[in-house]
Design a protein around this ligand. Structure first.
Ligand code: CA
Length: 230
């Protein structure tokens, strides 16, 4: 199978080199560049399967470029993960409006990076056989679409499955209903935000059977957070 290609746009050489090393070790074909202009040139000769895009770049910023790519039919279906050193919630919302498909806040672990990349690639129907995801006694097998809690197989609807998978690989962060809609249901879905609550309730009910319902916290006025250690 041909390797999946990831375009890295990062101006800090040390971070760019680190990303390249980690992604090459994970089996990706990596194209590292330092700014948007070089990234655009690279895209003309070879379309990547995913773009890992730094937020703060000299010249055109990562957010600005992401917005442009989303408006360009030739590039609009390439998934984008934004790298950012900021962690304020407003910044996250701003980034999501840019059309990025996920975020990674620096510093991050290589494991977290690879898990995020693989999850986004899967959502776009790309990617190789994913590994098992295990958090707090919950074991998710992305290849077989099966979930076990404490060794017991559990039944989930496709939506609850995707929601749980999203939470397992994005623990301890708060997501608004609209962010969950974008990232679990997809950018192009036109579903009411209330639908998120309905599915959260169902997922909690299932987790409650195993004493795990406290893992999904309601954050008043914002949304939900999945806590691995509840
Ligand atoms: Ca930078």
């Amino acid at each position: 199978m041909e390797k999946l290609c990831i375009l890295i746009v990062e101006d800090e050489a040390a971070i760019r080199d680190m990303l390249q090393l980690v992604l090459e070790q994970a089996g990706f074909d990596v194209r590292p560049v330092a700014h948007v202009q070089a990234a655009s040139q690279e895209m003309e000769s070879h379309l990547p399967d995913l773009i890992l895009l730094d937020w703060m770049l000299p010249g055109t910023s990562g957010v600005e470029w992401a917005k442009r790519l989303r408006r360009n039919a030739a590039y609009s279906d390439i998934p984008i993960i934004l790298l950012t050193a900021r962690s304020e919630e407003e910044d996250k919302v701003l980034g999501l409006d840019s059309g990025a498909d996920d975020y990674i806040t620096k510093p991050f672990s290589p494991r977290e990076l690879i898990a995020r990349i693989n999850a986004v690639l899967r959502r776009f129907g790309k990617g190789e056989k994913p590994g098992l995801i295990k958090v707090g006694g919950i074991l998710l097998n992305p290849e077989q679409h099966k979930v076990e809690i404490d060794g017991q197989p559990i039944n989930l609807s496709p939506t609850e499955y995707r929601l749980l998978e999203f939470f397992l690989i994005h623990p301890d962060k708060v997501y608004s209903r609209s962010q969950l809609l974008d990232r679990v249901w997809g950018r192009d879905s036109y579903i009411e935000e209330r639908t998120v609550d309905v599915h959260i309730r169902r997922l909690r009910k299932i987790l409650a059977e195993y004493g795990r319902d406290a893992m999904i916290e309601t954050v008043r006025g914002f949304g939900y957070r999945f806590t691995a250690l509840a």
